[in-house]
Ligand binder design. Structure first.
Ligand code: COA
Length: 646
């Protein structure tokens, strides 16, 4: 049972930890070596608590209670004599820490746990200076401890399970999210991942001359990171970055540090705190706009974070879930590196790292064997249903149509590549059955595409042979109904146009909400060359998208146009390089999948002109009234309602 906590050090981390512990109800004794340090720590705690009070998160009374739980001292022995748990947060110098722990070991009660907040020193070696390495653990808080949820609980070689459990429970009781780091590796989880991508960004700038602004704009705009690599480095402090990297490299972390880590601090450029770093901070945070179209692939940088995350999993340091959790909480990533890798595709991650190896030959550009193995096994991430995580792949075959679920996306793949995915009744029914499947809760967006070199080269012309007028009428009616179902499907449907989209194939693509095309795609309504006309919506969907004049031209000539022309006239939303088509489609689908489903459904109905007449809308609205609840409930309970007019 932990009641008293000793916090050694009242600096940036120490005072924050003391505050968090006191806020969690523990009696805290905070120690530093000089009265002025202790007072400054206390003042910072008071200032922080006052902020909580101001924001209404805490009452004045509670603040005073928290403060009353914090005692201070300059005497190390006094600080730890009755402590159940000791957290050390003093300077990152081995000898100073070792001396301190020798005293703690001598004076603290036998049951006390000794924790170090070090971010760079080996836990096992610090533990070895005490007589109870089983009761020694790393407890790595993040700055500022009052706000950052993550605590890395680091196991030294001799740390007991009990000590780990006590520390995990303590962190939880402080409202933190502990992640156990099972092996005492340099940099633990978060700093290893951090250093990898920050250093890679810096190397790319230095050796390839890529503009840092471009890299940061892409990391923010394309990978949704809250800060770019250079911005974050400045924010952390370039001297701090240099020290973290030095300490890790000294302990065997394989990295080729970029030059700026040394040169900038030497020139007095420490980042935010000195006003100058990679950027100019002298008049506040530099303005680095997030650019979703930046011509730089963030994977060039993030692949190194992913490779490191894979190393951590393979080396038994933490599970994939925990590595991702730690990075999300510790670095404010929108998602963990392994989840990112799964979404991007492990094959692509591997290829990017291999290209670096090929070009620069550095030892850190070795693809982690865990990634390589997964790629060999076909575990490529979301698209194959499994990567670092399991996505519960569901695959079904409906005749010549493959239906594949990689939630939240469902893929409907017309699978007659040898006939360029020509559409016959079997294909139409396959698409319809796939849509039935895609009604399932887990699916938010549907993508329709074709296998091989065509999206679809149109209605299967063999069906037309000897087709009687009434049969042609029935066929067209069925095609129109089917494509209308796509258009009116509750969820967004994207056509991923991988090649020819001709005739009925183009009509299928046009029935979808959005069209994203490969630069190899070709479009056309060649029916007129067969002596017939469009039969699945071409005559009304084409003018809707491209205007009457262009539609007439395409329909009258039957000519094919390329992807760029299709983009120019508004037939498709985007054109992307063929080898990026799937990735770009997935990323668009994922973005839409994160939007509120009901709002999307209503948008679809509104934009499609689905008959949402005034009565329908009003019918929906009236269910928001109190009187409707009253009326319905009382009817069902056979009582007389009392309407209140609200
Ligand atoms: N219906 C039935 N089969 C079709 C087809 C269609 N709409 N489109 C292509 N195919 C078949 C071809 O007959 C061929 O089959 P085969 O190997 O058994 O002979 C196979 O798909 C490959 O097509 P091919 O013509 O050899 O490929 P290509 O690269 O030379 O030409 C196209 C590609 C798209 C230009 C050409 O196939 C074409 O013009 N297709 C018809 C397009 C059309 O008129 N669609 C509107 C129908 S309403």
């Amino acid at each position: 049972m932990i009641r008293r906590i000793a916090v050694l050090g009242a600096g940036t981390m120490g005072h924050g930890i003391a505050q968090v512990a006191a806020m969690a109800g523990y009696n805290v004794i905070m120690r530093d070596i000089k009265e002025e340090f202790v007072q400054s720590g206390l003042n910072r705690i008071r200032a922080s608590l006052e902020k909580f009070v101001k924001k209404g998160k805490m009452s004045e009374e509670e603040m005073n209670e928290v403060l009353s739980r914090i005692k201070t001292t300059l005497d190390l022995e006094e600080a730890v004599r009755y402590a159940d748990f000791v957290i050390e947060a003093i300077p990152e110098v081995f000898d100073i820490k070792a001396d301190t722990f020798r005293t703690v070991d001598r004076v603290a009660p036998r049951h006390a746990v000794m924790a170090t907040n070090t971010s760079s020193l080996p836990i096992t070696e610090l533990a070895a200076v005490t007589s109870r390495p089983d009761k020694f653990v790393g407890m790595h808080f993040f700055n500022p401890p009052q706000l950052m949820k993550l605590v890395e609980v680091v196991r030294g070689a001799k740390t007991s399970d009990e000590t780990v459990n006590i520390t995990v429970e303590l962190a939880k009781s402080m409202g933190k999210v502990p992640v156990v780091v099972a092996k005492d590796v340099p940099g633990f989880i978060v700093n290893r991942v951090l250093v990898r991508w920050l250093n890679e960004a810096c190397l790319i700038m230095e050796r390839e001359g890529v503009d840092k602004l471009l890299i940061d704009a892409a990391l923010k705009g394309k990978a949704d990171l809250p800060m770019g690599a250079f911005e974050l480095s400045d924010f952390i402090g370039l001297d701090v970055m240099r020290d973290i990297i030095d300490a890790m490299v000294q302990r065997g972390f394989i990295l080729t540090p970029c030059k700026s880590w040394k040169e900038l601090p030497e020139g007095g450029k420490l980042g935010r705190k000195s006003g100058q770093g990679f950027y100019d901070w002298s008049s506040g945070r530099p303005n680095i706009p997030a650019d979703p179209d930046a011509p730089f692939d963030p994977l060039e940088v993030l692949s190194m974070a992913i490779n490191e995350a894979a190393w951590l999993v393979r080396s038994g340091v933490a599970s994939a879930e925990d590595v991702d959790k730690a990075v999300v909480l510790g670095l404010n990533f929108p998602k963990g590196p392994l989840k990112m890798a799964d979404e991007i595709g492990l094959d692509r991650v591997k290829a990017v790292i291999e290209a670096k190896k090929e070009k620069y030959g550095l030892p850190e550009y070795e693809v982690d064997p865990l990634i390589a193995e997964k790629v060999d096994r076909g575990e490529l991430g979301v698209k194959s249903g499994r990567g670092f995580f399991d996505y519960g792949l569901k695959e079904k075959e409906f005749g010549s149509v493959l239906y594949r679920e990689t939630p939240p996306i469902a893929w409907i793949i017309v699978n007659r590549p040898d006939k360029l995915n020509a559409i016959n009744t079997d294909v139409v029914e396959g698409i319809m059955s796939s849509l039935d499947e895609a009604e399932s809760e887990a699916i938010r967006v549907v993508v329709i595409t074709g296998e091989g070199r065509a999206f679809s080269a149109g209605a299967d012309v063999t069906m037309f042979k000897e087709l009687k007028p009434i049969e042609a009428f029935e066929l067209s009616k069925r095609l129109n109904e089917a494509f209308r179902r796509i258009r009116e499907f509750r969820k967004p449907v994207i056509a991923m146009v991988n090649g020819f989209a001709l005739g009925g194939g183009l009509e299928l693509a046009m029935a979808c909400d959005l069209r994203i095309a490969s630069d190899r795609a070709q479009f056309g309504q060649p029916e007129i060359t067969l002596g017939i006309i469009t039969g699945a919506g071409g005559s009304y969907r084409l003018p809707e998208l491209v205007g009457i004049a262009k539609a007439k031209e395409l329909l009258f000539t039957g000519d094919l146009i390329g992807a760029d022309e299709a983009l120019r006239i508004g037939l498709v939303n985007r054109v992307v390089p063929h080898d990026k088509l799937e990735e770009e489609t997935r990323s668009l689908a994922m973005k839409i999948a994160e939007r509120p489903a009901k709002a999307l459904e209503i948008y679809k109905a509104l934009l499609n002109g689905t008959k949402l007449d005034a009565e329908t809308l009003a019918f929906g609205l009236v269910f928001g009234t109190e009187d409707s609840k009253e009326g319905i409930n009382f009817f069902l309970e056979k009582m007389k309602p009392e309407f209140k007019g609200i």
